[in-house]
Design a binder for this molecule. Sequence first.
Ligand SMILES: [Zn+2]
Length: 339
Amino acid sequence: MRQVVMHAPRDVRVEERPEPTIVEPTDAIIRLTATCICGSDLWPYRGADEVQDAVMGHEYVGVVEEVGSEVRDVKVGDFVVGSFWASDNTCEICRAGYQAYCVNRVPMGMLGTQAERARIPLADGTLVATPGMPDADLLPSFMAASDVLGTGWFAAVAAEAGPGKTVAVVGDGAVGLLAVLAAKELGAERIIAFSRHADRQALAREFGATDIVEERGDEGVARIKEMTGGLGAHSVVEAVGTQESMMQAIHSTRPGGHAGFVGVSHDVAIPGGELFMAGVHLHGGPAPVRRFLPDLVQRIWDREIDPGKVFDLTLPLGDAAEGYRAMDQREAIKVLLTV
Ligand SMILES: [Zn+2]
């Protein structure tokens, strides 16, 4: 089968690789319908993380082709969505809604889903089947559910977005934009998106942002304070992962408010004194996307939400290298690869 391999920074190739096979009786093999390139795939691409001959990709939707002898719920022929951690969905941590920390978790990125087929460990716990075979126009939205929508949704939930709340979102990448959508669906009264890019501002407004703030850092915090009677937002999502964005999120949150952080941390160090004096709730980390998947799959199936709009470039799997280049050059917010 064809699979994306990153041999070294900026050296992405689509190669013939062995077909995946059932290894554990709880595995399933899926034929991918679509996959995509994640912002996190750009770190090794840019040489910020070490990489050598690595299979790539951890987002996936597709059709089940084969199941192991102990798989009970997932059936051959099901169209399925899963998240970037395979999880049993039965351990104590999973049952508490934290499937990204499952005691038996398997990182899908190690198996690589930018490929024609993939082995899905813990298939019954990991995969969620759609009610039927989706129309082609729904594929980008189901693809978004696999990571960026689920992650943005978790961030909004961690920030306790809801009715009567003012929500601010730091980060206008796919996750930040979908945190705006999540805040809207969760009933937030006012949603402020930080963004200085016209195309992303437009999408944020389409997803439910009521206000846009172009300033960032301390100036951004000052704007949020101005807009909220000096108090700060009730709920703030951090979807970048830098020192500046994290402190912007904490300081934009009112005392007693909640900040949900899902931007993968890059050398963030929170000064203890500032944290102590902020008086905010902080919760985040790798999103337990699986907790939200059944609900998100149904909302997409019912066409209540259209998170697939974050994909602004679609390419065939064979052109994956061009997709990486376009995301690296910020010509695309997020790239969908059709298989
Ligand atoms: Zn578990």
